[in-house]
Design a protein around this ligand. Structure first.
Ligand SMILES: Cc1ncc(COP(=O)(O)O)c(C=O)c1O
Length: 402
């Protein structure tokens, strides 16, 4: 990879040329979303099983808080780590969910979890540092780390039921690399699989990372959406880990762009300085509105969404075998199934385009999540309503029977 500046030897007059670091993979799911929108505009029959977001809006108390806020606040900048009340309420949320105490000073409010990742990676890693990811995983980790000059090392976990990493994987990777990685990013429930890492496995990984001096980055943004298996949090086992949270998924506030991090003490100053420079603060309006998401009334509404996701999950999982699209991993949480479409294609991106063209159903090709095996995999989201999902599955069945 080299910059256009270096290769052109451009000395001006040709407009700006891009940096070498900007040559990261496109986030393919966005292309699918654009193609799906075009299908809807031209045919009006599109059903999306591709969106990685709830089909619902923010809960009623958030909307009420947002309306009141316009009268009550001038909405200037907030302190960089966020308004004190929200930081305190998030500390309480962690205490209620997992039973551990959190000093509100370790809570940092971010612009979606995405804004948190960038600041955290910059704070913790230098160019050339190795950061490990299990395959498959959320593509923005790989692409953001690559843009920051980190050496991304992907590995295939030995656990082929859930594709979650284990201590054995980390030992093997360390002997291959000759040293432990500087960082390990994990997600549970994961995107694209929905698989939840076991409590004992997470404890083992957290302790291993402590010993090895590896920063464990635990993406917990799908917590709250699980179907029977417990979501453990990395801070149950180590305060050296960074925990990532978001209002985008369980709290159904994707476009409000608000998330948070629990930052280990040694990185707090660096994260604060970087976030102050990168974004000053997370959107003030979303910070005040998010307070409404953390009360009992919102929980009742949001838990209702999770019940619907659970029904949708059963509906989808029940049909996959008939469709010749077997599950790759256990969908314990989030709102995705990751399926094997090798019986139908060896080019999942082209196949998703074909399916969209023939049926109006939008699916996400696996290539985003796994550059090695993703050509024969697809992610389906069941965040929508059951009726649309049933219709989409019916259309897929017809398509596959042709
Ligand atoms: C695993 C995972 N992490 C992080 C994100 C980013 O979410 P946000 O920036 O909306 O919090 C996503 C979005 O789909 C995701 O799936």
């Amino acid at each position: 990879m080299s910059s256009d500046r270096a290769t052109n030897g451009s000395s001006g007059g040709e407009g700006p040329s891009r940096s070498a670091r900007s040559h990261v993979e496109r986030f393919r799911v966005m292309e699918v979303i654009d193609a799906a929108a075009a299908r809807q505009a031209s045919h009006g029959d599109m059903i999306s099983l591709s969106a990685g977001q709830p089909s619902t809006g923010a809960p009623a108390p958030v909307l009420a808080a947002a309306k009141a806020m316009l009268d009550e606040h001038i909405l200037g900048y907030t302190p960089t780590p966020g308004i004190a009340e929200l930081r305190a309420r998030i500390a309480e949320l962690h205490e209620t969910r997992y039973g551990y105490t959190v000093d509100p000073d370790s809570v940092v409010i971010t612009t979606g979890s995405s804004g948190g990742f960038t600041a955290l990676f910059l704070a913790a890693f230098d160019p050339g540092d190795t950061v490990a990811l299990a395959r498959p995983s959320y593509p923005a980790y790989r692409n953001t780390l690559a843009a920051l000059g980190c050496e991304v090392v992907e590995f295939d976990p030995v656990d082929t039921e859930r594709f979650q990493p284990s201590v054995d994987d980390l030992e093997r990777l360390t002997s291959e690399l000759g040293a432990p990685p500087a960082g390990l990013v994990i997600a549970s429930p994961a995107n694209p699989t929905g698989a939840i890492i076991g409590e004992d496995e997470l404890a083992g990984i957290a302790h291993w990372c402590d010993e090895a001096g590896t920063l464990l980055v635990s993406d917990e943004i799908y917590h709250g959406i699980s179907f029977g298996r417990r979501c453990a949090s990395a801070w149950e086992f180590s305060r050296n880990a960074a925990v990532i949270g978001s209002f985008s998924k369980y709290f159904s506030m994707t476009g409000w762009r608000i998330g948070w991090m629990l930052v280990p003490a040694g990185l707090r100053e660096a994260v604060d300085v970087l976030l102050g420079n990168l974004s000053i603060c997370a959107p003030a309006n979303s910070q005040y509105a998010a307070l409404g998401a953390l009360g009992r009334d919102a929980a009742a509404e949001l838990d209702g969404h999770v019940e619907r996701y659970a029904e949708n999950r059963d509906l989808v999982v029940g049909r996959l075998d008939e469709l010749g699209m077997p599950l790759i991993a256990q969908p314990d949480g989030a709102f995705y199934v990751y399926v094997d479409v090798s019986a139908h294609t060896s080019d999942s991106l082209a196949w998703c385009r074909e399916v969209l063209g023939a049926t109006g159903v939008a699916l996400t090709p696996g290539v985003d999540f796994d550059q090695r095996g993703g050509a024969t995999t697809v992610r389906m989201s069941f965040a929508g309503d059951a009726e649309s999902i049933s219709i989409a599955l019916g259309r897929l069945e017809e398509f596959l029977a042709r």
